[in-house]
Design a binder for this molecule. Structure first.
Ligand code: ADP
Ligand code: MG
Length: 284
């Protein structure tokens, strides 16, 4: 265990596979127990017969990228198993559920809690961006909580859309992501890079503080027009008590021009993050 090798040993000999924890497009994530040690993990089970032929290479790309990263706020990939029609990725188990469910449960976060979460998300992002990895699918469904208690740590997961930048160059990596989190440059179908993740972080921060997204329409065409216009509001009374520093950070992330958007290092230095004890109030 833990040697990261891809093996064709039958996974069922090594792990007992248990209940479903979550689902994605081609995958199911299930709890599993390492038979020898009794330790629990989460295994992402990908049914290769359901993956379109042109997507198959991407499954291995996900594993390859996961094996490159090593950070306390990123879910660790332990090992990979291959069977004729199935690909298994054994991850560390993160048992507090999705940040998404927690937002729904709480409606919105206090600035203190949101700032604590943001620090961890940005720290994970800094690790990825230093490795020239762009995640491309940052959203509360892909951020898992360590536990359900207040102030729980968070772990980033789902590298299904992650890509590596070559020579730090922007590139057109295709139209990919989740509609409400897509950056203007992706919507405009122009070459892009790390700033797409910073845009998504801006959307997540807005949602954490409000409980709803800055851009939304059931019709994705209309939604994409909103994103391209880049006009969003802070409706009263929801935002009345939110600090100007929090809004300032959102405004510097939801910037149309990716070159003018905060980088991850700049966001980490922003007062709402770096001096959160002084700046981010308990109240909202
Ligand atoms: P997809 O690429 O299909 O979206 P994800 O990797 O996002 O798959 O996993 C789908 C869901 O499974 C997640 O949103 C989460 O609810 C659950 N999940 C994924 N990884 C873990 C894990 N390590 N521990 C616990 N639950 C997980
Ligand atoms: Mg996912």
């Amino acid at each position: 265990m833990g040697d990261n090798a891809i093996t064709d040993t039958d996974i069922n000999e090594i792990y007992e596979i248990k209940e479903v924890l979550g689902k994605g497009a081609f995958s199911q994530v299930k709890k599993c127990v390492h038979r020898e040690s009794g330790a629990e993990f989460a295994v992402k089970v990908i049914d290769l017969r359901r993956v379109p032929p042109n997507e198959k290479a991407k499954i291995k790309r996900e594993a390859r990228i996961c094996l490159m990263v090593n950070h306390p706020n990123i879910v660790k990939l332990h090992e990979v198993y291959e069977a004729p029609h199935t690909y298994f990725m054994v991850f560390e188990l993160v048992s507090g559920g999705e940040l998404f469910e927690d937002i729904v449960r709480r409606t919105f976060y206090s600035e203190r809690d949101a700032s604590h979460l943001m620090l961890q998300i940005l720290s994970a992002m800094q690790h990825l961006h230093r490795l020239e990895i762009v995640h491309r699918d940052l959203k509360p469904e892909n951020l898992l909580l360590e536990s359900q208690r207040d102030g729980a740590d968070i772990k980033l997961t789902d590298f299904g859309l992650a890509v590596m930048l070559e020579k730090q160059q922007n590139e057109w990596f295709g139209f990919a992501g989740t509609p409400g989190y897509l950056s203007p440059e992706v919507v405009k179908r122009v070459p892009y890079g790390k700033p797409v993740d910073m845009w998504a972080i801006g959307i997540i921060l807005y949602i954490l503080l409000a409980g709803y997204p800055p851009f939304w329409d059931d019709d994705t065409k209309v939604l994409y027009e909103q994103i391209k216009l880049g006009e969003y509001e802070y409706p009263s009374p929801d935002w009345d008590d939110v600090s100007s520093e929090a809004r300032d950070l959102i405004d510097r992330l939801l910037v149309q021009d990716p070159a003018k958007r905060l980088t991850v290092d700049q966001a980490l230095a922003h007062p709402w993050i770096a001096q959160s004890d002084r700046v981010a109030p308990h109240v909202h």
